[in-house]
Write a protein that binds this ligand. Structure first.
Ligand code: 1HN
Length: 337
């Protein structure tokens, strides 16, 4: 054994290790992508999601969800290095019981009309394309009083909160938590370009907890009708907290973008892994020599620092979420065109 090896063996007993053998891997020149790019075709996963209702109720499951697990992170319940994603089903008449947890959640509605989620004492109805926030530690339950199955994408910061070992959960003692504000209260107070004078933020989240697609789509259409698309992003907008103009959530950064029909965007990469939902249209995601063809309602993940670009075969709207907000806050977000 060399003198160095003998030294490493000796200090190992005192729970010590040399940095110099590890420095280059601890601090590489640039990020090594975690997870692989992957696309879940909605037409493939939808039958499985619907079949799950024949096996278990929302009540028994608590949340009847099929996890979207990155193929290179199997068993970890992760879609990316920092995020969880899943597809949730609520059948007519069902309730997913009230609980709360320190993880923050977003919902992006894929199917159905008229189911509700109740968050922190207020219900909101969910339609396709709506983006809904469930802030950390708020009581929430979901109910479907409509006659159609309702399906949505859940995005949570589960791996991030686990990293900090700050995970707490609590089950409500009733199936439905108290609802003490009427439908439409939050949008009236916070979602009309108005704020109650003297309003004090109670949370780091936007008090607007449902961003209806009808309004989002109208904004995109108006902008796209007269503005040139950005070469890499088309018409890219972020969901904001109207109290301060920052991202709508403190740990997950949600965006919506319109890509004109026939566009071929320029290559782009950023340090945040992104999960996309194809809200409208179709096209392809290109990564090196790989192309993933996408259609309406498909969901795909692009790991951080992987160069990619898009081509479209129809006017396309993409919803996406990532950990960009956290990376910006701690000053490590990078992007490259
Ligand atoms: C959760 O509370 C929901 O409230 C969805 O709908 C997915 C995944 C893990 C932990 C909690 C929901 C979840 C979750």
């Amino acid at each position: 054994m060399s003198t160095r090896e003998e030294f490493y063996t000796r200090i190992d007993k005192d729970a010590l290790a040399p940095l110099w053998t590890r420095l280059k891997s601890l601090v590489p020149a640039e990020p090594t992508p975690v997870g692989i790019p992957y696309l879940w075709r909605y037409r493939d996963i939808r039958p499985h999601v619907l079949e799950s209702a024949t096996l278990i109720s929302a009540m028994e499951a608590e949340r009847r969800v099929l996890i979207l697990e990155n193929p290179s992170l199997r068993g970890l319940s992760q879609v990316s290095n920092t995020l969880y994603a899943g597809v949730q089903l609520l059948m007519p008449g069902e309730i997913a019981p009230a609980h709360r947890h320190t993880q923050s959640a977003l919902r992006f509605i894929l199917e159905g009309s008229g189911a509700y989620t109740a968050v922190d004492g207020e219900k909101t109805l969910m339609q396709r394309g709506d983006f809904v926030i469930t802030p950390s530690w708020t009581w929430h339950h979901h109910g479907n009083d409509s006659s159609e199955p309702t399906i949505w994408l859940d995005g949570l910061d589960i791996p991030m909160v686990a990293f900090f070992n700050s995970t707490f959960r609590e089950d409500h003692d009733r199936v439905e938590a108290d609802v003490h504000r009427p439908l439409g209260d939050s949008p009236a107070r916070y979602g009309q370009g108005l704020l109650p004078v003297g309003h004090v933020a109670r949370s780091l989240n936007s008090p607007v907890f449902n961003y209806p697609y009808a309004r989002t789509r109208e904004a995109l259409a108006t902008i796209a009708a007269h503005d040139m698309p950005d070469a890499a992003h088309g018409h890219l907008m972020r969901y904001i907290n109207p109290l301060d103009g920052g991202w709508a959530m403190p740990t997950i950064a949600p965006t919506i973008q319109l890509l004109p029909n026939g566009i071929e965007t320029t290559p782009y990469r950023s340090t945040d892994a992104k999960v996309f939902v194809v809200v409208e249209g179709g096209g392809a995601l290109h990564l090196g020599d790989q192309s993933l063809v996408f259609d309406e309602s498909d969901i795909f993940v692009v790991p951080g620092w992987v160069s990619h670009h898009f081509s479209t075969t129809a006017e396309t709207v993409l919803f996406a979420f990532s950990d960009r907000v956290v990376q910006e806050k701690i000053g490590i977000f990078r992007e490259q065109r």
